[in-house]
Design a protein. Structure first.
Length: 188
């Protein structure tokens, strides 16, 4: 890993801060943001949403984030299933060394997270689906609003590939979720 975990997370937080502060210049609304990510991006999205120490450090107002959509991600450095996949295992070992308990979004869930739609392919060979179920369970038990969609017939990358094709199930789920939690004039 060339960059430290803190540098990677810092880059994500700076990007979120820039968007909330500047999106108005481009016709967007900095008070109505959605965060999403796939695989490691889902992991980073989960850290962004749950880790309040980092939010304070970068002066992030999470009330501006109205919802988040993690897809096919891993959410715990302690979940043993993650160490069965060499790529994930190597990454998690490195960030656990650097970040200790800060490395697991599950450790930071408070019940104040924005609503979430967790999507994971039932046939995902790269990231164990136990990640999605434990994230869902932990969020639900904390009182957060959350949904879990385990999609039969979808592999790890299928969640992302095909957004522009008709009847792509993840796309339909995301559009419906965003219409509810991040409505625009177009979807009213």
């Amino acid at each position: 890993m060339e960059n430290k975990f803190s540098d990677q997370l810092g880059d994500c937080l700076l990007a979120l801060k820039w968007v909330t502060d500047n999106i108005g210049k481009y016709g967007g609304d900095g008070n109505h943001i959605a965060i999403t990510g796939l695989s490691v991006g889902a992991y980073m999205a989960a850290i962004l949403v749950t880790e309040t120490k980092w939010q304070k450090k970068y002066n992030i107002d999470m009330r501006k984030v109205k919802c988040w959509i993690p897809m096919s991600g891993f959410y715990s450095a302690e979940l043993q299933d993650n160490y069965l996949t060499p790529i994930i295992a190597d990454y998690l070992k490195q960030i656990r060394t650097q970040a200790k308990n800060d490395a697991s979004p599950l450790n930071h869930i408070t019940g104040r997270e924005p609503p979430s739609l967790i999507i994971h392919g039932r046939d995902d060979y790269a990231v164990p689906r136990t990640n999605a179920t434990i994230l869902y369970k932990t969020l639900k038990e904390s009182g957060s609003v959350t949904q879990l969609q385990m999609l039969r017939g979808y592999l790890h990358s299928d969640i992302f590939i095909g957004y522009n094709t008709p009847n792509h199930v993840p796309t339909m789920l995301i559009k419906s979720f965003l219409a509810k939690y991040l409505p625009t004039e177009e979807n009213h």
